[in-house]
Design a protein around this ligand. Structure first.
Ligand SMILES: C[S@@+](CC[C@H](N)C(=O)[O-])C[C@H]1O[C@@H](n2cnc3c(N)ncnc32)[C@H](O)[C@@H]1O
Length: 341
């Protein structure tokens, strides 16, 4: 079972056959009309999204209110580096056709917790942090790592933690809001939360404005009736990692406490793991800052080490036998040859 979103700004259409059910979806990129139909097992979903400001209609055999589509202001391809061509699979998984890789290997955030949170010693460090704790993510994607970080921080605040959370997510091929909403819905079904969506996911979707190129604050306004507690500060940067990091470095300097490297596999997407990226990361992190990723590729380990991170392989998660965690040394390293990948 899978569904696809085409970055073609005018017409999105896809039909997929799966076992045991058949799903078919059509999205019109014309900002006025979106339509989707899903036939699945055991339930049947059919939804129509009208982009005509405010007019939405959804029909589903078991969940009539689950769709959270909003009108789209302009074609995605005019604003960022084009779509990563996400495809939705049956169990709430999403893969990029363009990069031939999964966004997350699970729908319930277990990779986020096992690799990115644990690899950065979170939430324990929230309890020790003073002032603002800064997280930088390369590859914001569907926002699942962000949501898991927010939940962990919220849990820490219920204990002794008192820090604020500032999260900067970079993505050069951002999802449109209707894509993010559909993914969130399918994920919620897959992990049996069912609709309505968790309030933090709903707030993130409300903040998911049209992703034009550049840096954007995305206030999580807390208008949701069930929203409670302090909210993180979220900034999304829609640009290629290299350009975004260089610009952030000029603006923020050595700011970040924790970094998530989640930019598709190095073998399929070497630009996300370039010497320029690693050099910029060293400039953006404080001594003692940590970095985590599921990739233990030699080029990643050497690239991080060269710019000033001590890295170690740790026992893996899911299908990954090992994952990587690192810590920024007191001084930055020699800068690697930008041509070395
Ligand atoms: C594995 S997915 C990230 C999944 C995400 N962390 C989540 O929680 O859903 C990788 C993301 O990195 C983005 N990406 C890949 N290469 C990039 C690059 N060179 N510059 C900017 N974004 C990139 C893709 O658009 C995609 O959203």
């Amino acid at each position: 079972m899978s569904a696809a979103f085409s970055g073609d700004p005018s017409v999105h259409a896809a039909a997929f056959s799966g076992d045991p059910s058949v799903h078919a979806a059509a999205f019109s990129g014309d900002p006025s009309v979106h339509a989707a139909a899903f036939s699945g097992d055991p339930s049947v979903h059919a939804a129509a999204f009208s982009g005509d400001r405010g007019a939405h209609a959804a029909a589903s055999s078991d969940d009539p209110g689950a769709h959270a589509a909003e009108p789209l202001g302009a074609p995605l391809t005019q604003n960022a580096s084009g779509s990563a061509e996400p495809e939705l699979f049956g169990a709430g998984l999403v893969r990029s056709r363009r990069f031939d890789d999964l966004y997350q290997p699970d729908a319930d955030g277990s990779q986020a917790r096992a690799v990115f949170l644990a690899g950065n010693d979170l939430p324990a460090r929230f309890a020790r942090a003073e002032g603002v704790f800064h997280v930088l993510e390369l590859g914001f994607g569907t926002g699942l790592n962000f949501l898991e970080t927010w939940r962990a921080w919220r849990g820490a605040l219920a204990g002794t933690a008192r820090c604020e959370l500032r999260y900067v997510g970079i993505d050069g091929h951002p999802l449109a809001r209707h894509e993010a909403a559909l993914i969130a819905e399918k994920r919620a079904e897959a992990v049996a939360h069912s609709a309505p969506l968790e309030w933090d996911q709903a707030l993130l979707l409300e903040a998911w404005n049209w992703p034009t190129r550049g840096a954007h604050h995305r206030p999580l306004a807390g208008r949701h009736p069930h929203a409670h507690g302090p909210l993180p500060e979220l900034e999304l940067v829609h640009d290629d990692f290299e350009a975004a990091l260089v610009a952030l470095g000029g603006r923020l300097g050595e700011t970040f406490d924790a970094v998530y490297l989640d930019g598709f596999a190095p073998s399929r997407n070497p630009n996300a793991w370039s010497a320029t990226v690693f050099t910029a990361l060293a400039r953006l992190t404080r001594p003692g800052a940590t970095v985590a990723t599921w990739s233990v590729a030699g080029a990643v380990r050497r690239g991080l080490d060269a710019v000033g991170f001590d890295v170690e392989r740790r026992p893996g998660h899911g299908r990954k036998r090992e994952v990587l965690a690192g810590m920024r040394r007191e001084t930055r390293g020699t800068e690697p040859d930008p041509k070395s990948r």
